[in-house]
Design a protein. Structure first.
Length: 54
């Protein structure tokens, strides 16, 4: 895990973005649902080593 974190770190001791949100995908909140919701999860799919991960 440490080597993974090291690869994410920039030289100025900040971390680069892991994901880029497609601008046409909405960010959902509890206010967007017609019924009571405590939490909304915004799942994503990505291609990794020729496989689709959810």
């Amino acid at each position: 895990m440490q080597s993974f974190i090291t690869r994410l770190k920039n030289s100025d001791n900040t971390y680069r973005e892991l994901f880029v949100r497609y601008p046409n995908n909405p960010i959902l909140t509890a206010k967007d649902w017609p019924y009571a919701a405590n939490t909304v999860f915004n799942p994503a799919a990505t291609d990794f080593n020729g496989k689709t991960l959810l």
